[in-house]
Design a protein around this ligand. Structure first.
Ligand code: NHR
Ligand code: GAR
Length: 207
């Protein structure tokens, strides 16, 4: 699992794993930023963790090559980006094609990139949400797997809206990983499939 910050999505997985019926385990947590809460959460849960500080690398390619080597050392079935804030190179994404998931805090394809809550508020949207998607070289443009909506309420600011979206993230991300672990979810010919049938363009809707 790759993190850059607070790791509340990591925590949702740690909590899901307390159920013996949950079919995933978190093999390791790698952060590109030292000292973040996500690393503390990993330690507290007895999960191996590492820091790979991107500021120590001359290029994105060099950082991603080192990251790939560290990730591969754990032989993961699935690589999960959870609040990971570095854009990954096409070489990294290709290496993990079909086994790399991200959660993005918007109703993709709306608002790829950063500051999604601010942008949804500025646009006057009445709905917002989060999307789990397979990662491709197209930033936040890979095939959606699961999407959850929330209402934007009068008086919302970035913090209140982000908190409402995060609650949904904590439900849909462990769900998506479970479907993958059960062999029900896969990427085929650039499309996300559930039980052998293509998912809708926005992914499975969870409300
Ligand atoms: N990499 C690829 N190739 N494709 C995706 O879809 C990716 C990805 C890496 C991360 C997460 C994504 C999000 O959910 C993600 C999806 C970081 C940035 C960004 O601009 C944008 C989107 C996402 C993550 N990062 C800056 C950069 O220069 C750094 C910003 C910072 O450090 O605060 O890498 O939102
Ligand atoms: C989450 O809202 C996640 O969707 C978002 O950052 C937050 C991380 O929270 N991801 C991105 O914006 C990726 N660019 P967490 O660290 O508490 O899981």
């Amino acid at each position: 699992m790759l993190v850059s910050g607070s790791g509340s999505n990591l925590q949702a997985f740690i909590d899901a794993c307390r159920d013996p019926a949950y079919p995933c385990t978190v093999a390791a947590v790698i952060s590109n930023r030292p000292g973040v809460r996500g690393l503390e959460r990993a330690t507290a849960a007895g999960i191996a963790s590492e820091v790979l500080d991107h500021t120590g690398f001359a290029s994105r390619e060099d950082f991603d090559a080192a990251l790939l080597a560290r990730v591969d050392a754990y032989r993961p079935d699935l690589v999960i980006l959870a609040g990971f804030m570095r854009i990954l190179t096409p070489a990294f994404v290709r290496h993990y094609a079909g086994r790399l998931l991200n959660i993005h805090p918007s109703l993709l394809p709306m608002y790829p990139g950063l500051h999604t809550h601010r942008r949804a508020l500025a646009a006057g949207d009445t709905e917002h949400g989060a999307t789990v998607h397979f990662v491709t070289a197209d930033l936040d443009g890979g095939p959606p797997v699961v999407q959850a909506r929330v209402a934007v309420l009068p008086g919302d600011d970035e913090a209140t809206l982000a908190a409402r979206v995060l609650e949904k993230e904590h439900l849909i991300y462990p769900l998506a990983a479970r479907l993958f672990a059960e062999g029900r979810l896969r990427l085929r010919d650039g499309r996300a499939e559930l039980d052998g049938a293509p998912l809708p363009a926005h992914g499975m809707a969870i409300d």
